[in-house]
Ligand binder design. Structure first.
Ligand code: F6R
Length: 606
């Protein structure tokens, strides 16, 4: 999703802005641009559709100079991903602006501006902002005052940064609903959509609150709350940059991140699994009151929630509802007394999850827990309790290590919620031993990579695939299908295997590969019968099966023997195998594995 970088420094900032954009590429985008004020006070602008590399080539031919600038990667929402719609947007030769978010009332604002003879150059919602600001500064307002006057007119979400050639000493930024962080240097100040964008220039950050407006200057920054009053926000110093952003010997971040899982799971498991303070100092008090759980999340994180429902209902013995946040936020739902709201989000910025968390606010809620991979993110800040997964920055758009560390976090949640009674069913010793063994079990699955790669070759010419699983493995089948469709563009659907004969069996023929998740559990024999139904109709089976489950390969049946595991470790282990399958299908198809088309890593708009 759109990324913003802004810089105000004594030194040249073009390379800093470009590096910031490169670091934001993982979020997903389709065009990129930079605007700077040069040493003579002139506005310079470059923007192109396509990758940051194209912008970089243009700057190599026609370098930009100056100590003040803004830059942007755009993920198109209003208007095509072309150069005209790319940011920055300008008003004359004076103002340039970048924006992340959606201005919902842009049409009405555009009509008003057009009635006053403002000419628009793009189809974007964003362009109204720069013209409203131009009206204010042309009327005599300072850039700061102009921003403070205009933002109350905007409905929707924004993080924005604006520069003014009449005031080349300041960048003004603001946020409401979309992320923005200040980076504090010595003799220079920056802003970015996330801290990763700025890690090459500073380790000190200030997270802006909703409605904040900030003025970046060489000597520091001024910060104002939504009411216009000066305000102070805490400075956070981050530790040295993690190796997560270095590709190393891997061809893609996704493959690197799949292989990192044993280490990242071990990091997450380094915590004492039965010490509930890992969820925050108030965890014991809040968990003691919980008699129901409502999980809210999107995409892959939602699948983690569906897995957790099995653990919570089976081992804790309390009701657990799981809902996609984009539905929950617009639905009149009934909250059970004693409900713990659990949001799951890799980025911590997903607009739908954040909105669902905010509306899930009533007398029946005993607390809000965020399971998240990004400290200080909006979802973390809006929660009472936090479990930070230790996946490290995830760069591949398709979530891998973030998902498996979420699963571990949810196991710890089940264990800690169960401590007030039902934990007797979740035997402590067995549980802790399973957790300790998880990194090794994942390493065993990674050793199956050559076999999975060979299996993947069967999918490259297919247009559709079915994924089947039962019980706790149905959400794992859903996750396998999501991974395949998002990076290989093969249409993939997941079903609980028992549903097959209620409709999807009609799709099965020799052109429909069927992937089955087949652990050796109490549903194995049921699943085996479902798979017979597929074979009888000519469907080609790819069975990810417990080595003791007794599946044998044969005509139309491919079997991947998986290490034996419990229903605690199994969801993680089978997921890793399915991640590798998707990766190798996408690799063979030649798609952009790390940045699949149309997708964004951090979905900060609804
Ligand atoms: C798929 C994927 C997405 C995200 C979803 C929610 O691989 O990554 O489905 O899971 O957009 O994102 P977060 O977890 O950041 O809230």
């Amino acid at each position: 999703m759109c990324g913003i970088v802004a810089a105000m420094a004594k030194r040249e900032v073009a390379d800093i802005l470009l590096e910031g954009l490169r670091r934001l590429e993982y979020r997903g985008y389709d065009s990129a641009g930079i605007a700077m004020i040069d040493h003579d006070g002139g506005l310079q602008l470059h923007k192109y559709s396509g990758k940051v590399a194209i912008l970089e080539q243009a700057l190599a031919l026609e370098p930009m100079q100056g100590g003040i600038g803004i830059a942007h990667t755009r993920w198109a929402t209003h208007g095509q991903p072309n150069a005209l719609n790319a940011h920055p947007h300008v008003a004359g030769n004076r103002l340039a602006l970048v924006h992340n978010g959606i201005i919902e009332n842009h049409q009405a604002l555009r009509q008003q501006l057009e009635a006053d003879d403002t000419a628009f150059l793009s189809e974007t919602d964003t362009e109204v902002i720069v013209h409203l600001l131009a009206k204010a500064v042309n009327g005599g307002a300072t850039l700061l005052a102009a921003v403070q006057q205009v933002i109350p007119q905007l409905n929707g979400a924004y993080a924005l940064a604006v520069i003014d050639t009449e005031n080349p000493e300041q960048v003004v930024v603001a946020r409401q609903g979309s992320p923005l962080v200040l980076g504090v240097g010595i003799g220079e100040t920056f802003a970015g959509s996330d801290t990763l964008a700025l890690r090459s220039v500073t380790d000190t950050f200030v997270y802006l609150e909703e409605g904040d407006v900030a003025v970046l200057e060489v000597a520091g920054y001024q910060l104002f709350a939504a009411n216009g009053e000066p305000v102070e926000r805490p400075k956070t110093r981050l530790e040295a940059e993690h190796e997560s952003q270095v590709l190393g010997d891997y061809d893609h971040y996704m493959l690197k991140e799949i292989h990192e899982q044993p280490a990242r799971l071990a990091d997450t498991l380094a915590l004492d699994p039965l010490d509930c303070t890992v969820f925050g100092p108030r965890a014991a008090a809040i968990f003691g009151q919980v008699s129901a759980v409502q999980i809210l999340a999107c995409g892959t994180s939602y699948h983690a929630g569906l897995v957790a429902r099995h653990w919570i209902e089976q081992y804790v013995g309390i009701p657990c509802q799981v809902e996609v946040a984009s539905e929950y936020r617009y639905r009149q739902s009934v909250t059970l007394p004693g409900t713990l709201i659990v949001t799951i989000s890799q980025s911590g910025e997903t607009a739908d999850t954040l909105a669902a968390l905010k509306i899930a606010d009533n007398d029946h809620i005993v607390g809000r827990l965020a399971i998240c991979n990004v400290d200080h993110s909006a979802i973390v800040r809006a929660s009472d309790l936090v479990f930070l997964t230790r996946a490290g920055a995830e760069i591949g758009v398709a979530s891998t290590k973030a998902f498996t560390t979420q699963l571990v976090a949810l196991q710890l949640l089940a264990a800690n919620l169960g401590r007030n009674g039902a934990l007797s069913t979740l035997n402590n010793e067995r549980f802790c031993a399973t957790l300790r063994g998880m990194p090794d079990a994942v390493a065993q699955v990674l050793a199956l990579e050559p076999t999975i790669k060979a299996m993947a070759a069967h999918f490259t010419l297919k247009h559709h695939a079915l994924f089947l699983g039962r019980g706790i493995y149905h959400p794992i089948a859903m996750e396998g299908a999501l991974k395949l469709k998002e990076i290989s563009y093969i249409h993939a659907e997941a079903y609980p295997a028992g549903e097959l004969k209620h409709g999807p069996l009609a799709l099965v023929d020799d052109d429909m590969p069927v992937v089955a998740v087949a652990p050796n559990d109490e549903l194995l024999e049921k699943l085996r019968s479902n798979l017979e139904e597929v074979r009888a109709r000519g469907g080609e089976l790819f069975v990810f099966a417990d080595e003791a489950a007794g599946f044998t390969a044969g005509e139309g049946v491919h079997v991947l023997p998986m290490p034996h595991c419990s229903d605690m470790a199994g969801p993680v282990i089978y997921t890793v195998a399915l991640q590798l399958l998707s990766y190798y299908v996408a690799l063979a198809k030649g798609t952009d594995v790390d940045k699949p088309r149309n997708l964004a890593k951090s979905v900060t708009v609804e």
